[in-house]
Write a protein that binds this ligand. Structure first.
Ligand SMILES: Nc1nc2c(ncn2[C@@H]2O[C@H](COP(=O)(O)OP(=O)(O)OP(=O)(O)O)[C@@H](O)[C@H]2O)c(=O)[nH]1
Ligand SMILES: [Mg+2]
Length: 221
């Protein structure tokens, strides 16, 4: 699994057995939060999951384009290293549309879970369009919990795309959240208020740095 099977560092190898046993007592989360993480992009079709994946990776890995039909039809994973952290990015098709047959949805969910490197922490990025909150997204958190478990939202960050729309309205994220629909505000609240804004057209890396900071803060809590 590429970076996720990276060799242990020489420092690890030099640890005494006492130190190793102390390490083992640490939670899995704590043990791995600093250098490996799965980032799973979830959300409705066209919200910018694949584009955000490309921004995180710093390269065009996933197909991302304007389309009236779903572009991504299979889960895919790709890896990169960001400031010493091995980041495994998992792009997914829309799993929340009620129109999708449950057999197809189940297939996507199984595939997605298989792509998550289970020994490393997993952070879900719920991708939403900053300028459009759809009916289908009103109960996205319920569907998300049904699929990934009731505690999954504790490991979730809302990733708003089309950040340039905020800029052109001269709005900060705080302004946006204050003025947005109550249901959306509630989603953000249930996810611990963790959210970041991406503007995928220019792929500026400071956005990725802000995301990684939120990821690290969440995992180190
Ligand atoms: N202007 C702008 N366009 C964006 C942004 N993020 C994504 N897009 C565009 O939105 C369209 C859909 O993006 P995708 O990344 O394909 O969306 P997706 O969620 O992966 O869609 P599916 O694969 O169909 O589920 C593309 O034309 C992207 O270029 C953004 O931050 N700003
Ligand atoms: Mg896609």
């Amino acid at each position: 699994m590429g970076l996720f099977q990276s060799k242990k560092s020489s420092t690890d190898n030099k640890k005494s057995s006492k130190e190793s046993s102390t390490d083992n007592k640490k939670s899995l989360k704590e043990n791995h939060s600093v250098n490996k993480v799965n980032l799973v992009l979830l959300g409705m079709s066209g919200t910018g999951k694949s584009a955000s994946g490309n921004t995180i990776l710093g390269r065009t890995q996933f197909v991302s384009k304007a389309s009236s039909v779903s572009v991504t039809t299979e889960c895919q994973a790709a890896e990169t290293e960001i400031k010493g952290t091995c980041v495994r990015v998992i792009d997914t098709p829309d799993m929340f549309d009620d129109e999708i047959k449950s057999s197809v949805k189940n297939q996507h969910v199984t595939q997605c879970k298989q792509l998550i490197c289970q020994s490393d922490p997993c952070v879900y990025l719920l991708v939403m369009h900053v300028s459009r909150f759809t009916d289908g997204e009103r109960d996205i958190l319920r569907k998300f919990e049904e699929t990934f478990g009731s505690r999954a939202k504790e490991q979730t960050i809302i990733l708003f795309t089309r950040g340039e729309d905020l800029q052109s309205s001269d709005m900060s994220l705080e302004d946006f959240l204050q003025d947005c629909q109550a249901e959306l505000r509630n989603i953000v609240k249930q996810c611990g208020g963790r959210c970041v804004v991406f503007e995928n057209k220019t792929s500026r890396q400071h956005q990725v740095a802000a995301l990684m900071q939120t990821v690290n803060e969440m995992l180190n809590k």
